[in-house]
Design a protein around this ligand. Structure first.
Ligand code: GRF
Length: 226
């Protein structure tokens, strides 16, 4: 793959957050323990004072706040954000709870190297309040999806999904916490596939080890070494 790897042969990541950053923490841990052959070059948040920034500081990762409220329009924010990201020359841009809708221009600038995690079994429940919507619909399963980002909101090709049962009496909060712990397992894993050059997006299709991933992508199996 054509990557500008760091001198130590690690892929360069930029992680975008807006809040608690528990997924960011899973990346920090995966880089530290060698599961993920990557270096987080920067953490960027559109909100100041969030826990994710503290996590970055604790891990000695440069972190920057670019507050969307100080911009007149979404286009200008995205333009400045894209320029900032590019200054770190990333191989992969990781959206980890980044709560902003991105313009098509931004997405196209990073197409094929922009990934997201969404707390539902896509294509079910794009957008917000995914857990409550799944509970209200009487679904038996919820989960999370890692996907490439395309201009269609939460609509890019799925790479890896984790499923969790929805139990009687679950609230959005209890379900969210169960799903979140699965997110921490699948997100660094999908990123590692990308960093190894095994995962690419071509013509809007996610491809793993040369095979196009259809429908929901790979379903995570915690017992598999993949
Ligand atoms: C996660 O539920 C993720 O699926 C969604 O935003 C949340 C981020 O949580 N995109 P955290 O900030 O990583 O803890």
């Amino acid at each position: 793959m054509t990557q500008s790897l760091t001198a130590n042969n690690k892929a360069r990541l930029v992680v975008l957050i807006s809040g608690s950053g528990s997924n960011l923490q899973s990346f920090i841990d995966a880089c530290d323990n060698g599961f993920l052959n990557a270096e987080i070059c920067a953490v960027i948040s559109n909100k100041g004072g969030v826990k994710g920034l503290e996590r970055a500081t604790n891990a000695n990762i440069p972190n920057i706040v670019i507050d969307h409220r100080s911009f007149d329009c979404r286009e200008q924010f995205d333009e400045d954000l894209a320029t900032l990201i590019e200054s770190f020359n990333p191989d992969l841009v990781v959206l980890a709870g980044f709560m902003r809708i991105l313009t098509a221009d931004f997405v196209i600038r990073f197409l094929g190297k922009l990934i997201n995690i969404h707390p539902s079994l896509l294509p079910a429940y794009p957008g917000l309040h995914t857990h409550q919507r799944a509970i209200d619909a009487g679904d038996k399963e919820g989960g999370a999806t890692v996907h490439f980002v395309t201009p269609k909101l939460d609509g890019g090709p799925s790479v890896l999904q984790a499923k969790v049962p929805i139990n009687t009496g679950d609230s959005a909060e209890t379900l969210a916490s169960r799903v979140l712990s699965c997110e921490h397992q699948i997100y660094p894993r999908a990123a590692q596939w990308f960093c190894q050059g095994r995962l690419v997006m071509k013509n809007g299709v996610a491809i793993l080890d040369g095979d196009p991933l259809r429908d929901n992508g790979i379903i995570f199996d915690p017992t598999s070494e993949q």
